[in-house]
Design a binder for this molecule. Structure first.
Ligand code: TXA
Ligand code: MG
Length: 324
């Protein structure tokens, strides 16, 4: 049986159960401001292995290690000045930094997929309280079966992984709704490894320099797996829709109706006022809703590329990628 504890109603009970479960090497689903995470003790290889098992992830990818604060992060990774400036400005928040791991870090190599770098993030809210109480880093990918839509609510987690998980902490809807932006500083340059909840323009303002996208960084596709089908709803996905076809659900943007939407299985608008932050927060939840409508396919109207639109379009591309 999966126990669901609301962190807003019973924070002490949530802390006690979560720390006890994590200490036994069992993963716990936790709320973060980006998406819900499937968290396990990053220093315990069996616990990290349980994450892969629960997600049904075929390969060992490096996982993001979550820290209570910058001081804890500095005990596990070596910060260059630019990374520190980004961390100080954004943390706690939707930024993951890839940094050289300290030789004496207790993070298990399995959590880093054997790399000599580690992806680190300090989340906000209850997750940071839990990290402070637990005192050790938590490795946490999104709390969904591999390839499926990332959960932005505890109910999504319970519906997907419920049978396998002992404990789900419910902290309400994820405020940002997209995974963190991943940046890596190398030779004084900042490279974006994944667009996400931190607007790149904000990162550039903080750093006082450009962030290099994969194209401009000269790296073709760093990890081929990055392009594979991901965030996939059960229904098919059709992007850049200009109309709605019979049997489709519609997810549109900016309050603009599309021809044929009267016959759509469901019509959802990511942000009727055209606000990209609101659209990001609604994206995964609306994909779940459209999927549940029984539609054969989900038609997405175009979403602009500026601000968080870059990360939204990245997730849409992956949702539409050919399935294996
Ligand atoms: O918002 C988020 O980041 C969510 C929440 C739960 O915090 N977490 C998340 O974690 O998305 P995860 O494990 O799915 O992200 C893993 C990705 C890898 O696919 C890889 O792209 C990158 O993080 N990553 C982690 N460590 C890395 C490393 N050492 N070098 C390069 N990339 C790394
Ligand atoms: Mg994921």
């Amino acid at each position: 049986m999966t126990r669901i504890v609301d962190t807003r109603v019973e924070p002490e009970l949530a802390l006690e159960l979560a720390t006890e479960t994590l200490a036994r090497g069992e993963p716990v689903a936790i709320p973060t401001e980006t998406v819900y995470g499937l968290a396990a003790d990053a220093t315990n290889p069996e616990a990290v292995g349980r994450i892969y098992e629960m997600k049904g992830r075929p390969r060992f990818n490096p996982l993001i290690c979550h820290m209570a604060d910058l001081a804890m992060a500095e005990r596990h990774a070596i910060f260059d000045p630019l990374s520190r400036r980004l961390a100080e400005a954004v943390w706690p928040g939707p930024l993951t930094l890839v940094l050289p791991v300290r030789p004496d870090s207790s993070i298990h190599p399995l959590a880093r997929a054997g790399l000599d770098t580690v992806g680190i993030r300090v989340p906000t809210g209850f997750a940071s309280r839990l990290l402070a109480a637990y005192g050790r880093p938590l490795a946490a990918p999104s709390a969904n079966t591999s390839g499926r839509i990332s959960p932005t609510a505890a109910a999504h987690v319970a519906a997907d992984l419920g049978g396998k998980l002992e404990l789900v902490l419910d902290g309400g809807a994820a405020g940002i709704g997209l995974e963190s932006t991943i940046l890596k500083v190398e030779d004084g340059e900042i490279r974006m490894l994944r667009p996400g909840g931190l607007d790149i323009a904000d990162a550039e303002r903080i750093a006082g320099q450009k962030v290099l996208r994969p194209e401009t960084a000269g790296a073709a596709i760093e990890a081929p797996g990055m392009l594979a089908s991901h965030y996939a709803p059960r229904a098919g996905v059709r992007l850049m829709a200009k109309d709605v076809r019979p049997g489709e659900a519609l997810i549109r943007f900016g309050g603009k109706p599309l021809p044929g939407e009267e016959q759509a299985a469901i019509v959802l608008d990511l942000s009727p006022s055209g606000n990209l932050r609101e659209a990001a927060a609604n994206l995964f939840g609306y994909m779940q809703k459209a999927d549940a409508s029984g539609a054969t396919a989900i038609a997405f109207a175009p979403v602009p590329m500026d601000g968080l639109g870059e990360a939204i379009n990245d997730r849409l591309q992956r949702a539409a990628a050919p399935r294996e």
